[in-house]
Design a protein around this ligand. Sequence first.
Ligand SMILES: *Cc1c(COP(=O)(O)O)cnc(C)c1O
Length: 372
Amino acid sequence: MSGNEQKYINEAFETNWVVPLGPNVNAFEEELKESLQGETQANPIEVVALSSGTAAIHIALTMLGVGPGDEVICQSFTFAASANPIAYLGAVPVFVDSEAETWNMDPTLLEEAINDRYLVTGHYPKAIIPVYLYGMPPKMDEILAIAKKYNIPVVEDSTEAQGTFYKGKAAGTLGHFGSMSFNGNKMITTSGGGALICKNVEEKQQAIYYATQARQPKPYYEHTVIGYNYRLSNVSAGIGRGQMTILKDHVAHHRMVHKLYMEGLNPIEGLRVQNAPNADFDSSYWLSTLLIDQEKFGCEPLDLMEALSLEGIESRPLWNPMHNQPVFKNAPSYTNGVSDGLFKIGLCLPSGPMVSEEDVLRIIEVIRNFKK
Ligand SMILES: *Cc1c(COP(=O)(O)O)cnc(C)c1O
């Protein structure tokens, strides 16, 4: 917390705006919109504050008309929340594996999947969901070119990438829709919350309509479509406004932590900290991640995880790809071995705002001492 959150929360209580709309919601949306303007050019976007990042992806797919029987392409190497909204709508996720540079959706495999789905079903998928894993942008130019060629809209799962830019454009502003998450573990938090990034005021109004139970503009309650209860609370938005005052500091901190890990761990034989392929991929490094070559370093990630744990240091495996999840065992998938390989040899390292420079140096020391 920055110390500013309480002021906005108190304001909500004093003015009795303890509801899922109000001055904090409106101001938070404006502040988010401001922060998403490109470094080089203004991006015409609107932001809708919602109860979670999952809700943002769900609303985006709803607005694209995704329904029962449709297929939606989703990056396989991700958290289940990227794919669950596809299932909520009765649609079928089609999983596409990653390329080794950014760990995100492989454009070549994406095009193969699109063509193959057309051969199998006679239809093109209804949407494409690339993910900004751990803050790193996917190869968006290539993905957007393929999406354009087949006229398939892109929904960016940019929930791990607040503070990330791709060629000067903020994560979530490149596709048709983008998403943000303010869950407790993300770059900033509202305890739980999220946002949809859309292109104009009409889309914003439609998103709010779906997020507030799809009520027709009538004096009595009339509904013509199914809606959701997904708007952000004015109290939570107050936390968000306080958090916006330290967004830049948090992003700078995550980048500093990544730099320290790079300097401390890369010289050790058998270790490699994941890093952007070039300056176009301006990652927030929401999480710093480490690859361990078992032969050269002398142990498996899970052994290292245990050694760190004995020192009171939490680490975790990378995301377990969706094409391996029992719940999605019937979903079509297009794999190349990249995410399976990364899952076996990767670890997420402590990276949050509470991890000090001193902590990072100690973590590096513990890892160094563990080398066989
Ligand atoms: C956090 C996250 C989400 C969902 O955000 P919530 O706000 O927790 O619903 C979606 N996709 C990925 C990849 C995430 O890490």
